[in-house]
Write a protein that binds this ligand. Structure first.
Ligand code: PHE
Length: 335
């Protein structure tokens, strides 16, 4: 075999090595990939450049020089390609704050609003269209706002410690959102058109339709000439908007110290086999107006207080109020 014949294929292999290594370093996009390419081509023990160097020893002296020169060029090109790849991936990770932006991201799990919050938001929306603004009040209340100003006399059974969460002599967790009626009327002259929403607390035994804490939406409208017909119209329109055109509601005569006359409002439950109370309502009692400095001879008004849980349950066909508090995502995911 002549020396030139063994030189040509050897040089060709060197060219191939250079081309493949350049391709490997160029296409490496992560530090790990650059390292894999480095080991394959520049590795001290089994790297392909090392193998090419070993081959020098097997060549005839006459061609060694030519091979050696080409080998040096290839070696230099590989080192440059490696350096370029390494600084390229380093730049990329530090530019992203040490994060490898080429890795696939972690998909965030998107939550959504709790069904009760959805209901509350929708109520604000519906009553907003009827011209009702939103008022707020504290959950820790004084007995004046929870009872006295609402015409509930000191000896009334509704004040019984067994039926309320008292915190001290004069303060308690509010048992109804009617407290906010008082707070609103104390802070502004008539006319009034507000709803108020929030938690109320009663030491009820927990069952499918009762809880020691639940939410109410309170409504209050005071103006010249407001009548019971306005109350019934507003509640009917509201029930149709929230529960659907085909919903049936009924008004039953009742008693509340702060309204006269008073009614209880029922809705035909999903399934249509029974009536469930959705709240109380009535015409604001003159004694309540007197307690807040309004003139009962000049204005009249209506008020209502509805249970938000029951509205939500009727709307979605939920049969157990406790499901709304357990925060089981298998349940919550359905809304
Ligand atoms: N506050 C009453 C309750 O919690 C409901 C109600 C509100 C009744 C407003 C009449 C007027 O039972």
């Amino acid at each position: 075999m002549s020396s030139t014949e063994s030189l040509e294929p050897a040089l060709h292999e060197l060219d191939q090595l250079q081309a493949q290594a350049a391709q490997a370093f160029e296409s490496a996009t992560t530090a790990d990939a650059v390292e894999v390419a480095r080991i394959e081509y520049l590795g001290q023990k089994q790297g392909r450049l090392k193998a090419a160097q070993e081959r020098l020893k097997t060549l005839e002296p006459a061609v060694k020089r030519a091979y050696g020169q080409r080998f040096n060029g290839v070696k230099q090109a590989l080192e440059i390609a490696f350096d370029a790849a390494r600084s390229r991936v380093e730049r990329r990770t530090t530019a992203a704050g040490g994060i490898d932006v080429t890795l696939p991201g972690v998909a965030p799990r998107l939550g959504h609003r709790h069904p009760l919050t959805q209901t509350a938001d929708e109520l604000i929306d519906i009553f907003g269209r009827f011209g009702f603004a939103v008022a707020r009040g504290p959950e820790v209340e004084d007995v004046r706002h929870n009872f006295d100003a609402l015409n509930i006399p000191p000896v009334h059974p509704a004040r019984d410690p067994l039926d309320n969460f008292y915190l001290s002599e004069g303060t308690m967790l509010r048992s109804q959102t009617s407290t906010i009626q008082i707070r609103v009327m104390e802070s502004q002259p008539p006319p009034v058109r507000v709803i108020a929403m929030g938690r109320v607390y009663r030491p009820d035994t927990v069952d499918a339709t009762h809880s020691f804490m639940f939410h109410q939406v309170e409504g209050l409208m005071v103006d010249k000439g407001v009548t019971m017909a306005d109350l019934k119209t507003v509640l009917r329109l509201f029930a149709r908007s929230y529960l659907g055109e085909d919903v049936q509601i009924r008004f039953r005569p009742s008693f509340f110290p702060f309204t006269e006359p008073s009614v209880e409002v029922d809705m035909l439950w999903h399934g249509g086999d029974r009536w469930v109370e959705m709240g109380g309502a009535g015409m604001v009692d003159p004694n309540v107006f007197k307690a807040v400095g309004y003139e009962p001879e000049q204005v009249t008004g209506f008020a209502f207080g509805l249970g938000i849980e029951r509205l939500c349950m009727r709307r979605h066909g939920i049969d157990d109020i406790r499901l709304l508090y357990q925060n089981d995502v298998r349940f919550l995911d359905q809304f």
